[in-house]
Design a protein around this ligand. Structure first.
Ligand code: NAD
Length: 369
């Protein structure tokens, strides 16, 4: 029997509720695919500040590094809002990304046809559903480039003194581009084999290097059709023809913006899973896109589906169990098709289920598959 080690970081707010739902789903699917999951629960975020004095205790990072995958709920909350930068719960996320070498952020924006009324887009644009995987480079580019702020002694054409001048440098090496492109191509191979590389190659030198490397790397993936799209056009096409998009790969800043836009199309933050990956064979980190939702924490109101769908990504990308991933996704689809809803995705007079009841519905569907 295959045994996989999963580090569980429940975190704060609704984090413990949604991760415990996800573990029940993982256990259910494990029993049907002849494997076993060993969980080690460790603190991070606000709860770790309270119990260990820091957002990311060393033991937590060590446990994460020694596992096959990490499942994270969410961190943060009003209790810790007054703390400064490095001492805040969110510092745990940056520490985990850095410590695990997670350079690829995968956000899956799926609009299930049953939830199309929750989308802000017109029904005719989303009636075939939306299923877009956005791959964002996470550790390079302008967010990590050289930056500065200094007085400038220059003037504008009309003689006005420039005053202070700030700069942020976008810099990408071929090695950084290649490894994120490979993540994009690999995902395209697992999906519909369509890859869109989003850039601003009409202006940026970095984008032109991305295009050059794409032409080279694409030779290793002859089945994948590649389209280049300027970021301004991509932001329009996401709203015009989201159903025709499959995998998008892009730089840190463009991915940051486009993944929020794509997420919005799906209507509910409670449905959006994500993964952060490093080199193949190293543990990836899987978490819902939403935060700790302090307003509903402890009330059995959180939608557990984003975390459950994050586990499907984990099964596929880190645990080598694609059939188990398919089962989890199918169980979620079946639950939605049967009309079960948590408060965040319910419309009109639909019956509303709590976190636990929704989890039970997913488990019941899984047992039938
Ligand atoms: P949030 O995502 O926690 O909540 C935004 C709104 O969405 C709230 O009304 C909340 O009730 C609702 N919501 C979120 N998840 C839901 C779910 N699963 N089911 C139903 N409704 C859900 O964002 P926020 O309010 O801006 O942030 C709250 C805290 O979470 C802050 O401390 C923030 O820093 C932190 N945060 C953490 C992460 C993370 O851990 N990755 C991400 C974002 C925000």
């Amino acid at each position: 029997m295959i045994t996989k080690k999963i580090t569980v970081i429940p975190g704060d707010g609704i984090g413990p509720e949604v991760t415990s739902s996800a573990i029940r789903v993982l256990d259910e699917v494990a029993s049907s695919c002849g494997c076993r999951f060993e969980y080690q629960e460790v603190p991070a975020g606000g709860v770790a500040i309270d119990t260990c004095g820091k957002a990311l205790p060393e033991e937590t990072l060590e446990a994460a590094k020694a596992s096959d995958a990490v499942l994270l709920g969410a961190v943060g909350g009003p209790k810790w809002d007054g703390l400064s930068g490095d001492n805040r719960p969110e510092a745990a996320l940056l520490g985990l990304r850095k410590g695990l070498g997670l350079y690829a952020n995968l956000r899956l924006a799926v609009l299930f046809p049953q939830l199309k009324d929750a989308s802000p887009l017109k029904n005719e644009l989303v009636e075939n559903g939306v299923d877009i995987m956005i791959v964002r480079e996470l550790t390079g580019g302008i967010y990590f480039g050289e930056r500065g702020l200094a007085p400038s002694d220059g003037t504008l054409e009309n003689g006005t003194a420039k005053g202070l001048e700030a700069f942020d440098v976008e810099r990408y090496s071929e090695a950084e581009i290649d490894r994120i492109l490979k993540v994009g191509f690999t995902l395209a191979m697992q999906r519909k084999k369509n890859l869109i590389v989003v850039d601003k190659a009409n202006i940026l030198e970095t984008s032109r290097l991305w295009r050059k490397r794409t032409a080279e790397i694409s030779k290793e993936y002859p089945e994948v059709s590649v389209e280049f799209m300027y970021v301004d056009n991509a932001s329009m096409q996401l709203l015009r023809r989201p159903s025709s998009m499959d995998v998008i790969v892009t730089s840190n800043m463009f991915g940051d913006i486009l993944s929020d836009e794509a997420g919005m199309i799906t209507g509910s933050i409670g449905m959006l899973p994500s993964a952060s990956l490093g080199d193949p064979g190293k543990p990836g980190m899987y978490e819902p896109v939403h935060g700790s939702a302090p307003d509903i924490a402890g009330k059995d109101m959180a939608n557990p589906l984003a975390t459950i769908l994050s586990c499907a990504m984990m099964l596929r990308s880190s645990l080598g169990l694609p059939e188990a991933a398919d089962k989890v996704e199918q169980a979620v689809r079946n639950v939605l098709a049967a009309g079960y809803r948590t408060a965040d995705i319910a419309q009109g007079s639909e019956e509303v289920l709590g976190t636990k009841a929704m989890t039970e519905k997913v488990l019941k569907e899984l047992r039938k598959l």
